[in-house]
Design a protein around this ligand. Structure first.
Ligand code: OAD
Length: 237
């Protein structure tokens, strides 16, 4: 089995991490889709850093849920597997999913990088409330995530493209994402090729639903463990 899985914020929702566009996503009455922007950071870096610190703390205390674990066991059983996650949390990684089998296409919330030079550091711990400055060039440090309107990391695009063009997938699973970005839909559709199944897991209809072989209108933590169990039974039968 050659399998591509694409996940979004909905997969971490049952771990207590608010989604971007869900009702609980608002923070201090602010819309996350407006905070996660270069413009918001240029206007008020303290505010944006405060929001990311709160999210880091929340993620640090959260645990992977059955959806993350189901994806990890699928990864171990599939002949060829790639997870493309839009999530900047580390919950997929904490299930033991090998790092080389996943791409965090929107970056990693625990990475802090310089807004001017190449300096970056990984920091799980909070660094207090002040604005971090680059130890190499003195410029402002920023969260190592991709904001709206910014370029994706080219090396990460290459990893996904290599997988997508490396052969048709038997199965593509898209879970917990509104699939608003063109590249997400494009990768899902190209990866399935002519004959592959495209399965969507999302309580709500999305722009991808019309292309899905089947849409499960359920929570990821409910549907994915069941789906993966069925798949693994079929593989071993
Ligand atoms: P969104 O917040 O846009 O969407 C979350 C999706 O998950 C919605 O479609 C929900 O219906 C669904 N959902 C909610 N709870 C769920 C559950 N328990 N199980 C399954 N599905 C559930 O988040 P994303 O689609 O991930 O990018 O957003 C994509 C990107 O837009 C994010 O990575 C971020 C954001 O702005 C950047 O910051 C560049």
């Amino acid at each position: 089995m050659r399998i591509l899985v694409i996940t979004g914020a909905g997969v971490s929702a049952e771990s207590g991490i608010p989604t971007f566009r869900g009702e609980d996503g608002y923070w201090r009455n602010l819309d996350p889709t407006k905070l996660a922007t270069p413009e918001a950071f240029a206007r008020d870096p303290n505010l944006v850093w405060d929001w990311y610190r709160v999210r880091r703390q929340r993620i640090g205390k959260a645990q992977p849920n059955p959806a993350h674990r189901a994806i990890a066991s699928l990864a171990l059983q599939a002949d060829e597997f790639l997870l493309v996650t839009q999530n900047v949390d580390d919950l997929h990684l904490r299930t033991g999913l090998p790092a080389e089998k996943m791409v965090q296409i929107h970056g990693d919330i625990f990475m802090t990088r310089c807004s001017r030079c190449e300096f970056r550091r990984y920091e799980q711990e909070q660094d207090g409330g002040s604005l971090p400055k680059c130890p190499q060039c003195g410029a402002l440090m920023r969260p190592g995530v991709v904001w709206f309107g910014e370029q994706l990391d080219l090396a990460k695009i290459d990893t996904v493209e290599n997988f997508v063009t490396g052969g048709d997938c038997d199965l593509v699973i898209v879970a917990g994402t509104t699939a608003l970005f063109g590249y997400i839909i494009d990768w899902a559709l190209r990866a399935r090729g002519q004959a592959g199944r495209l399965i969507e897991v999302n309580p709500e209809e999305t722009s991808l639903s019309q292309f899905a072989t089947k849409s499960f209108r359920e929570l990821a933590g409910v549907a994915l463990p069941r789906l993966v169990n069925e798949l693994l039974r079929n593989i071993s039968a």
